[in-house]
Design a protein around this ligand. Sequence first.
Ligand code: IPE
Ligand code: IPE
Ligand code: MG
Length: 268
Amino acid sequence: MSTLDITALNQYSNEELETRVDHGRLPRHVAVIMDGNGRWAKSRYMPRIAGHYEGMKSVREIVTACREIGIQALTLYAFSQENWKRPPEEIGLLMKIMEGYLKSELDLLLEQEIRFMTIGRPELLPKPVLRWIDKVETATRDCDKMILTVALSYGGRGEIVDAMRAILEDYRQGNVDLHDIDESLIEQHLYTAALPELDLLIRTSGEARISNFLLWQVAYAELHLTKTLWPDFRRRELLLALLDYQTRERRFGRTSQPDFPQTIGKPS
Ligand code: IPE
Ligand code: IPE
Ligand code: MG
């Protein structure tokens, strides 16, 4: 299959989709812009927060599915730096949902040996959320079957600014020279330094933008854009995203099509 024929794949049962996934060619690091909770609720004449609750169920299912399938790292965009501009009532309820998620998931994460971490600027997060983040990060520190990273109060530009500040501090202290500054050094100072290279970025809800997510890391990631709203994005949708990924040829600027020898050096 050279391009994903979503209509054809949609005819397959979940079991058939499972067997089609090539476990030897899985993305190591999958990230998701979990979008569309509000629209999911609106279409049901429910308050936006109902969409966020339902979206939490998708988080649970996708985390478990990624762990079972064998994804090494899953990074979820839960709250952006720009989301602080939302009405305080919605922000407050989102923070409550986050706290509830951390409380209810700790045992499940330990059982599945999933390490939990967060990226972003946590300063503005409410104290109870910070306490739970700390608790879950500490408790799962030695888990090594998958890394679940939740981007909270996260912005890609802010991440690059923080990396620049850290590097300049090292420079000021004489630990880094101007010639040492290269892509690898910058990567080592990003929040994601401990994670594998980003292979697949999924965005739900039909939007086709990055919204300040993993700006540096996305350089050569494959993109899977789906109209499905996040609360409807469950294991089946994940399988479709993985199958889409597996149809791609990752060239990283190279070409896999050598030219005909007789034409080389003879531009027309
Ligand atoms: C994504 O859903 C969740 C967050 C950004 C916190 P939205 O709340 O953005 O839902 P839509 O995009 O308005 O449908
Ligand atoms: C992106 O969704 C942020 C998260 C999913 C946390 P938004 O709904 O905030 O993005 P925009 O505003 O549509 O770009
Ligand atoms: Mg949105």
